[in-house]
Design a protein. Structure first.
Length: 440
């Protein structure tokens, strides 16, 4: 064998060895060792990396303790599980050195105040008032010689939000008619301040007299409110806030998110289920209870649902005992459960599978893919139906997220969002240095 052949065989052998090392369990555990750990005070965590080596671990015992030790420096065997016990809120670094000398890994550890919430599942009625007058369409006004839409001619677009008319803040359609009539009679255009895709614009709009209706018109279809039903996700009793729906409320005509001025949630009752079929999602049919008690207000409408203060938990809870919540990185593929109502106000528990988990560093609605495996739920609903959005998802005794969307072509499956993004929009901050409830 000549020198060139020996080099080729040596290179091949070396490549095989490197591949075997890369596929080995210890190396894979090393590669999966986190750069950051987040923990709740009072909730211990176990790390199991099965690496047959000893190491020296250094950490602030006032923040987290390792294997019960109160010492800053601890000798550990990485072939055995590491038990981490949060001791106080704060940030620290956990440094590992192999054999006490070789730098191995530095892990940032964040311990945040303990947080428990009550899972929902109840069907709620939602009434929201927009922060202005929503433009949902144009219509033609019959003037003396021709037809036109004054609003469209003035550059008012569908989806615009009229927040001021002649310097006056308006969010009630009923107050617009008198201002339109007065402007028309005096021949003066209305001075409008509108919001459009995050921008504030000024427009002038001159009403036109409709000879058929004998009234002054703007040529706009407008709306100031919306109502519907959804599912409560959680209630945080210590903070007095709730989250629901798991998705943004949009206007039914424009599909634009509604900027909420105020609103309220009330108790609701499911009357029937329209079963899902492939290509056609079903829905819960529900109505507000007569003389429904107001449960809370609506302060925010975001991509993750509606949020506000809640004065009390709705009746018919599955369990009023608070449960811990899970960070996004704790969610695993496998068995889970959802809480939802199929009849009346009774909250029931159903089995699902988390079939895929996305790694998200910032808020996004499609955090996990879920699949309904509960035969009773599939028999009743065909899978996920409209109105089920917001149903809390629980895994290993923790609240991990909420149902958000159904797959149209496979109603047994859909998306869920991580609960930490909903808590963030509710004003609950998951950081060691911030207060639990953000000022709103």
């Amino acid at each position: 064998m000549n020198s060139s052949q020996r080099k080729r065989w040596f290179g091949l052998a070396l490549a095989i060895i490197v591949c075997l090392i890369g596929l080995s369990s210890p190396f894979q555990h090393f590669a999966s060792f986190p750069n950051e750990l987040r923990m709740f005070a009072g909730q211990s965590k176990q790390l199991d990396y099965a690496m047959p080596v000893h190491a020296q671990l250094t950490v602030d015992p006032e923040v987290v303790r390792v294997n019960g030790s109160t010492n800053r420096s601890v000798q550990v065997n990485l072939n055995r599980p590491l038990a981490l016990e949060p001791y106080g809120s704060g940030e620290t670094e956990m440094t590992l050195k192999l054999f006490g000398t070789i730098p191995f890994k530095t892990v940032k550890v964040n311990v945040v105040p303990d947080l428990k919430v009550i899972p929902g599942g109840q069907t709620i009625g939602v009434k929201v008032k927009s922060a202005g007058i929503m433009v949902v369409g144009h219509h033609q006004v019959t003037a003396s010689t021709h037809k036109l839409s004054p609003g469209e001619a003035a550059g008012i677009e569908v989806g615009d939000l009229i927040v001021k008319v002649n310097g006056v803040h308006l969010n009630e359609v009923a107050k617009v008619a008198d201002m339109v009539k007065k402007a028309g009679k005096h021949g003066k255009p209305l001075e409008l301040v509108i919001k459009r895709k995050g921008q504030t614009l000024n427009k002038q709009l001159m009403p036109v007299f409709d000879v058929e209706d004998q009234a002054w018109r703007l040529g706009l279809y407008i709306r100031d409110s919306a109502a519907g039903v959804g599912t409560l996700t959680f209630y945080a009793p210590d903070q007095g806030v709730y989250g629901a729906l798991g998705h943004v409320i949009t206007d039914m005509d424009t599909q634009s998110p509604i900027e909420v001025g105020d609103g309220e949630i009330v108790q609701s009752n499911v009357t029937s289920i329209n079963k899902s079929q492939n290509g056609e999602p079903g829905e819960k049919r529900a109505h507000f209870l007569k003389n429904s008690k107001v449960l809370g207000n609506v302060k925010r409408n975001t991509a993750f649902g509606i949020f506000g203060q809640m004065t009390e938990l709705p009746s018919h809870s599955y369990d009023t005992k608070p449960v811990p919540i899970a960070f996004a990185e704790e969610v695993q593929e496998g068995s889970a459960e959802i809480l939802t109502v199929l009849d009346g106000q009774k909250v029931e528990r159903f089995k699902i599978e988390v079939s895929h988990v996305s790694k998200q560093q910032s808020p996004a609605t499609k955090g996990m893919v879920i699949k309904v495996v509960d035969k009773a739920l599939i028999e009743k609903t065909g899978g996920i139906v409209q109105g089920m959005s917001g149903s809390p998802i629980l895994q290993n005794g923790k609240l991990i997220g909420a149902v958000t969307h159904v797959f149209v072509n496979d109603p047994s499956s859909g998306y869920g969002c991580f609960i930490e993004w909903m808590l963030q929009d509710a004003g609950v901050l998951l950081s060691p240095s911030a207060s639990k409830l953000k000022a709103s």
